[in-house]
Design a protein around this ligand. Structure first.
Ligand SMILES: Nc1ncnc2c1ncn2[C@@H]1O[C@H](COP(=O)(O)OP(=O)(O)OP(=O)(O)O)[C@@H](O)[C@H]1O
Ligand SMILES: [Mg+2]
Length: 321
């Protein structure tokens, strides 16, 4: 079998605050195969965006730091790249579509000029060539080329999000990280946008890491899923197994709050209780205080990794024979 495109090994990312160290990404490992869509799901604050920003090399810009682990992209450790080397990777090999399209654009400039500038940032091309490339992107997005002269406020959220996606693929990246790409969109536009993501994945043969709160979005789009809780992955598996037969009590709780058969793409209801503060790095199961089947071992010792033979696994004492 071909090696995975991306392999994250024992990644730890921390943020120093006045109150202490926040362990926002706490020893996570996963891989993404070529041309697959890998989903990351979990409640707000569990470290999904910090995982994405760690992979993209953005954490330093927001005051966080990778303190351990490896992020191997085709065997090359991205955590060791210099700023100069990053220029060869960002936009060309890996690209990220940010959460909010409104903030991705400067309100004072036309969207066309911003697309052109982004193309020039990632490619050694003349302005004329970049304009030509930008027009191609608009045609690909099926957005009239005249709309390049519009300012962000003159376009709908859905259109802006598509343009942001178009900019991300301008360099034909092989890995696209889409962080909550549909949060800012209403239900019908959400669906269209997800179809658009699938289409770009097919057209450029990229792999996608799709981050979402919404299990329906993940179920529709992904091949495999990692479930995150309090900075850790608690379960990983292929989409069908994980949804039909979740193992970890947190995954079960997440799924039971979502009505997967409903047509409406609504958000999941919160699970009772609050996730723990990320200052705590004790070995206990982080979900134990909210878990309905928790026992003594769960609050004392690191839960074991229990595999089921198909690459699926969950960290839970209760799954031990
Ligand atoms: N710059 C920062 N300074 C301090 N804490 C931060 C900072 N950025 C994120 N955090 C904290 O790190 C944790 C992980 O944040 P992250 O943004 O990765 O969560 P998330 O899973 O993406 O949540 P959401 O679903 O709301 O986007 C959260 O507890 C958050 O409050
Ligand atoms: Mg986030």
């Amino acid at each position: 079998m071909k090696d995975p495109l991306l392999e994250v090994k024992n990644l730890k990312t921390e943020i120093e605050t006045d109150e202490g160290t926040l362990h926002v990404v706490n020893d996570i490992s996963f891989h993404v195969n070529h041309r697959e869509c890998f989903g990351v799901i979990g409640e707000s604050g569990c470290g999904k965006s910090l995982t994405a920003m760690s992979i993209m090399g953005y954490v330093n810009y927001i005051g966080a730091k990778i303190v351990d682990g490896e992020i191997l992209y085709e065997g090359k450790d991205l955590t060791k790249l210099t700023k100069k080397e990053w220029k060869q990777y960002r936009g060309k090999e890996l690209a990220m579509i940010m959460q909010n399209p409104q903030t991705a654009f400067n309100p004072l400039f036309t969207v066309g000029s911003q697309v052109v500038e982004t193309i020039r940032l990632h490619n050694k091309v003349t302005k004329k060539e970049a304009v030509k490339e930008a027009k191609k992107i608009f045609e690909y997005l099926r957005i009239p080329v005249e709309r390049m002269n519009a300012y962000p406020f003159q376009l709908s959220g859905g259109m802006l999000q598509r343009i942001a996606g178009g900019v991300a693929i301008a360099g034909n990246p092989r890995l696209i990280i889409a962080d909550e790409p549909t949060t800012a969109l209403d239900a019908t536009i959400q669906l269209q946008y997800l179809q658009f993501l699938k289409q770009i994945q097919r057209d450029i043969g990229a792999s996608i890491i799709l981050i979402s709160h919404d299990i329906k979005v993940i179920a529709m789009m992904c091949d495999r899923i990692a479930v995150m809780y309090a900075g850790r992955i608690v379960e990983e598996g292929n989409v069908k197994d994980l949804i039909e037969n979740p193992k970890h009590p947190y995954t079960k709780a997440l799924l039971s709050t979502a009505n997967l058969s409903a047509k409406k793409m609504d958000y999941i209801e919160p699970i009772k209780g609050q996730p723990p503060a990320l200052y705590d790095v004790s070995d206990k199961c982080m979900f134990a205080p909210r878990c309905e089947v928790c026992d003594k071992r769960c609050i004392k010792e690191t839960p074991p990794k229990v595999e089921n033979g198909k690459g699926n696994y969950a960290y839970c004492w209760r799954l031990e024979g």
